[in-house]
Design a protein around this ligand. Sequence first.
Ligand SMILES: Cc1ncc(COP(=O)(O)O)c(C=O)c1O
Length: 404
Amino acid sequence: MLDINAVRAQFPALAREVGGRKAAFLDGPGGTQTPEAVLKAMRDYLVNCNANCGGDFVTSQESDLCIEQARQATADLLGAESRNIAFGANMTTLNYSLSRALARDLRRGDEIVITHLDHDANICPWRALEEQGIIVKMVPFTRPQCQLQLDVMESLITPRTRVVAFGMAANAVGTVNDAAKMIAMAKAVGAITVVDAVHYVPHFPVDVRLMGVDFLLCSAYKFFGPHVGILYGRDDAFSGLRAYRIRGQLNEPPHAIETGTLNHEGIAGVTAAVDFIASLGDGEGNRRERVIKGMKAIDRWERPLADRLMEGIASLAPVQLYGPPAEAPRCPTVSFTVAGKTPQEICARLGEKGFFLWSGNFAACNVIEQLGLEDQGGLIRAGFAPYNTTEEIDSLLHAISELV
Ligand SMILES: Cc1ncc(COP(=O)(O)O)c(C=O)c1O
């Protein structure tokens, strides 16, 4: 079990108070808080080796090293090699670059399969290709459990399917999708697979090689790091990619897709964020092994918190839960509505009491549309991180029951 006091002590932001009481940061799916070690790594970079890359002087060489170390740390997070890891501004920007690069090899009438359960960052970059005659098909999901209809997906995939792009977990409602099955379906027709793992990576170990995925994206600010996007590319998939780039930019993976100067200080923080996750395990083994143990410790801590909140909410009559049941594969992300009140009203009132929860569509516009919640202001969402506590859940439940 995590030593919750020791974990919390590493996050200076948790000292924040609202109206004289400690804030409860339940906004993890929108971005987690940052441990001291990540802040220090970013500061150290800017103080000691702030320079552009590829120069013949020490601070530039140290910058090269810093980025290389972050590729290795991220590879340890995802089960890859450092040459498979590219950085960018954020997941959305990287996914646009990826979709445009892949589209250079697509023809009018080629098909792409995506899902209604996804964040817009994995919908709009693909739908943009409709302008060049690409056909985009969308996998539906059940309501209100929000589980993808994989039998329908099977019928949407055809020999013309070139790309299958889907979220590993749904940020709006917490569903964990059956990535293995979906990748197998894509591979059966030789399609390229792209997985948006932004909402999954903060909660569970990932092994890209085991998954056999071509490309996988995530975002460091969702797992205790700074605002840096990450793209994993399998060797063959990455080397065939014809990314748009400027002259002088290395035309080889992972550099070809890294347009412009990277966020060096943020990337320094990525290494520290991965090390923070690794520190939550039992301290044994290499970093990859420690990361896996750390992620398992995170899951063991977060899951009971989510279960407790779902159970408590289910007993409040005017509250409707959305998303998979507790026993289904899911993230510790709990979404709901309260009859007669908008999510914005509820979150504003909770915010005044120091509970930080998101309301709205969380940029998962299709999910909210499909659930028919657009006109009611979407959903209320609480998400968990390993610094959240049982006491926070109990006082949140109390606060919600007062509001309803
Ligand atoms: C599931 C999912 N995909 C993609 C994104 C977009 O990530 P970024 O903010 O790094 O562009 C988010 C952000 O919330 C997300 O939750």
